[in-house]
Design a protein around this ligand. Structure first.
Ligand SMILES: [Zn+2]
Length: 198
């Protein structure tokens, strides 16, 4: 249950974090929602006015979860931005808010998709632009890129499964890719402000 009146009592930073997840859901499965979030970014953070957008963002998640109750496949799509995001969150000692880390993670993962030749550069730019328009961070903190990679690999060991990325290839379309080369990930993180590994 989500009550927009309660959301209105949250500090701006926390509302922004929720918007990051709404943008994520637009990228995963609702291009029209994504376009709306691009449009209303200029109107500011009156989240209580955005009941319809919240409901649509939830619909994307509900459809995926209902279609994959045992987490065998499609639910991994919901991890968009979270493979990199969780690592940044942890390295920051949880000073970075979850939604902020996911915002940076979505930019990184869109750029990884571009580097792998699976997405057009304009896709990554568009994702970065809408996140920045909502006041969300799109640059990496100055952690060493190698340390971020290690934090991701640690997560993988903990879960006992392959290091898996949900990468966007269009607005409304995400695919699951295993075994993304570490060099690609580290060079993308470096391009976003992480320190070079050397
Ligand atoms: Zn999340």
């Amino acid at each position: 249950m989500i009550d927009p009146a309660v959301l209105a009592t949250l500090p701006t930073e926390e509302v922004r974090c929720g918007v990051a997840e709404m943008i994520k859901h637009g990228i995963i499965g609702d291009p029209d929602l994504f376009v709306e979030l691009e449009t209303i970014a200029d109107y500011g953070l009156k989240i209580e006015d955005y009941k319809l957008q919240i409901a649509r963002a939830l619909r994307v998640k509900i459809d995926i979860v209902e279609g994959d109750p045992f987490e065998e496949g499609a639910r991994a799509l919901l991890n968009l931005g979270h493979t990199v995001g969780h690592a940044l969150e942890r390295l920051s000692g949880f000073k970075l808010r979850h939604g902020e880390a996911v915002s940076i993670g979505m930019v990184a993962e869109a750029r990884i998709a571009v580097e792998l030749g699976r997405a057009d550069r304009t896709l990554a730019e568009r994702i970065e632009t809408v996140l920045a328009a909502w006041g969300l961070p799109v640059r990496s903190p100055p952690f060493a890129a190698a340390a971020i990679w290690e934090a991701m690999a640690h997560d993988k060991k903990r879960r006992g499964r392959a290091l898996r990325f949900a990468l966007p290839y269009a607005i409304g379309a995400v695919e699951i890719i295993d075994d993304v080369p570490s060099e690609v990930v580290k060079s993308v993180l470096h391009s976003m402000g992480a320190r070079s590994s050397k």
